[in-house]
Design a protein around this ligand. Sequence first.
Ligand code: ZN
Length: 210
Amino acid sequence: MPWHEKHSFRDCPWCGLTNTKLTVSTFNTQFEDKDGNPRNWATLGCPSCGGAVLIEHSGPHDPGLSAFTVVPTGIDDAVTVRHLPEDVERYYTDALRVLRVGVPDAAAVQLRRTLEAAAAHFEIRERVLMKSIEKLIADGHVTQSFAPVLHHIRVVGNVGAHASDERVDHDTAQGALRFTTQLLRNLFEVPGELRALTAIVPQQQSETAT
Ligand SMILES: [Zn+2]
């Protein structure tokens, strides 16, 4: 369908801000494909994070309801982790949800629970979160490359226990989230994918082995 102002009301696919009105920059940009068929695009921007969003729509005089394409599609790819144990996934999903609605303090608490639950799957239950993560590294469950960026979860380990705790701002929570996503991939996704790979024997290998 042609461009309509209502299409600017959507969730931001970059930062996850919900029920917002994206700022419309242009709505009549047209490109032709190699056969000369026009494609129409609107360019929008998120008032919170400044991310740009492209929306494809049909021509201005088209009464039809052609499908819309929105680029990027969403923030899910950036934070998706496969092979997560159920309890870890629950805390992780909660963290993503509260961060999207703009409550970084609550996200930090859920990220701490996520990391604690993840460490517990490796029988590590230190009283201080940082110690648990250091032990995951020392025991070789995750690579040494996590050590220099451990400070991203320092605030996560402290938050939520007392009213006097320091507040967590959005950027700090985002940093902790990015650290957590990579740690979970290293702990669960990579081993899970490798387990799945061992079940597959390449044709070539089985032939040369005989
Ligand atoms: Zn945004």
